[in-house]
Design a protein. Sequence first.
Length: 214
Amino acid sequence: MKASEIKSKRIVIGLSQFFSTVLSPLLMPSYGVFLVLWGSFLSSRPTGDRAMILIVMFGLTCILPMIFISTLQHFRIIRDKRLDLRHERTLPYAFALLCYVASCFYLNHVHSPQWFIMFGAGGTLALLLVGLINLRWKISAHMTGIGGIIALIYTMHIQMLEAFDMQVVLIVTILLAGCLGTARIILGRHDFAQVITGALLGYFSVKLMMMLFG
């Protein structure tokens, strides 16, 4: 292999790892909460209140699951924090599910609008389904997460919940989803079917909860 080809391959792998890290499923709920609090009519609420909600949600849906995964790795219950092996995902998914349920109760506690709570409920439903499917087949949690974000932005747009026109945000997010799906395939974490299934699962879980109960 030529030096230029090796360099190109390293760049592609590096970009794939970058997208996988920045668009990690652990970060998706926080991205969604940020979009709601700064991109909807809720942006009129005091900045301090919004920041506190974002921090608490980040702690519940990202920090706590990360600590749990690190603990599992420390005690050698799992081999890798990336959870590449399907059978190693069961416990982290179960713990994350509890954290997601707690986050929904928290959103209700701070008197969030019903549609905002249902965004959290949609993410909880998606995680439950991913966990159940994972017992037999490994689908992409990364794509499930970004699929849910796409559903959130689209629903905010069509229901006129947005503080500004979010069409550009929606288009950019869809493009990022394409980059992420490609990255997961390049890294060998998933095949095309697992990527598409994950995206559709995340999208329809959030969309249905927000449309039917929001």
